[in-house]
Design a protein around this ligand. Structure first.
Ligand code: PBG
Length: 308
């Protein structure tokens, strides 16, 4: 009678990368989630891959943050190094990369800051440079997450002009100005030093705007569109599924992860049960791809035959 079945091949694991050697340090605000140096990532991805999770989404912590986020498009940046390493070691892992500036800028905003606002059009050029540098290093899919207008079109053009016609774009299309990103911002130290992201991320109360943002991205050339966060926005995933004939990704974000994780750690919820129930609900709503910090655990539970 079971209508919806999860498979590890639908899951994507986000990974936080940092400089150094031999580093695997737990993110204080995210139990069981680690920051890795490049030498430590191969074993980790190998383990995840054995369980059937074949896609990773990379985030980087730069050596230094500056006004323009220059490490984001440095060919020797932490993410670029990681892509090259993973592509060398694995032939069956899909490498996705987050294309944004917030983890790399000293002010923590997702774009170029002028006075006290973010300059949309000036940011597009930098986002293109980041995407092309990831493609050059071997990324299969770039995922622009800055919520700048026109970012998908600009990145598609730059990729094509630079000979990366086969590099796909997963657009963070309907990305809400959510309070569920807090733990992630601790992980990459990207909390804005002034203001907030409501100038470019969406108002949580808007579903029509979400549809508009997704249709713009599809027209601009997105191969996959994303709804983020997932659980408080299942209705958006559902509406998008009914409306668009493109693959839909949902990002089960850091705040959703820690809310469940901490309840489970306290023994208030049964982790084995809730993880699969929650991920199944995201799939049932219409997501084809689920990005989640629970990916490895979920895949292990599925392998053990534990069902929600
Ligand atoms: C970059 C980005 C963010 C997340 C993914 N890409 C942070 C933000 O927009 O502040 C959040 C992911 C998570 O919370 O797990 N812009």
């Amino acid at each position: 009678m079971q209508e919806t079945r999860l498979s590890p091949s639908e899951l994507v694991i986000p990974l936080f990368m940092c400089h150094g050697v031999g580093v695997s340090s737990e993110v204080p605000s995210m139990p069981d989630v680690f920051r890795y140096s490049v030498d430590r990532i191969v074993t980790r991805v190998g383990n995840v891959s054995e369980l059937g999770v074949k896609a990773v989404l990379l985030f980087g912590l730069p050596k230094d943050k500056d006004e323009g986020g220059s490490e984001a498009y440095d060919p020797d940046g932490i993410v670029q190094q990681t892509i090259r390493r993973l592509k060398k070691e694995f032939s069956d892992i899909v490498v996705m990369t987050d294309v944004c500036l917030c983890g790399y800028t000293s002010h923590g905003h997702c774009g170029v800051v002028r006075g006290n606002y973010v300059d949309n059009d000036a940011t597009l050029e930098l986002l293109s440079r980041i995407a092309v540098s990831h493609a050059e290093a071997g990324a299969d899919i770039v995922a622009p997450s800055a919520m700048m207008d026109g970012q998908v079109r600009t990145i598609r053009r730059s990729l094509d002009r630079n000979g990366f016609k086969d590099t796909a774009i997963m657009a963070y299309s309907a990305k809400f100005a959510s309070s569920f990103y807090g733990p992630f911002r601790d992980a990459v130290e990207s909390t804005p030093s002034f203001g907030d992201r409501r100038g470019y991320q969406m108002d949580p109360s808007n579903w029509r705007e979400a549809i508009r943002e997704i249709s713009l991205d599809v027209r601009e050339g997105a191969d996959i569109v994303m709804v983020k966060p997932a659980l408080p926005y299942l209705d958006i995933i559902y509406r998008a599924r009914r409306r668009f004939n493109v693959p839909i990704a949902a990002y089960n974000v850091s705040g959703e992860y820690v809310a469940l994780k901490s309840a489970c750690k306290n023994g208030w919820l049964n982790e084995e049960k809730v993880i699969l129930e929650v991920l199944t609900s995201i799939k049932r709503a219409g997501a084809d791809i689920i990005i989640t910090y629970f990916a490895e655990r979920a895949a292990a539970l599925l392998e053990e035959g534990i069902d929600q």
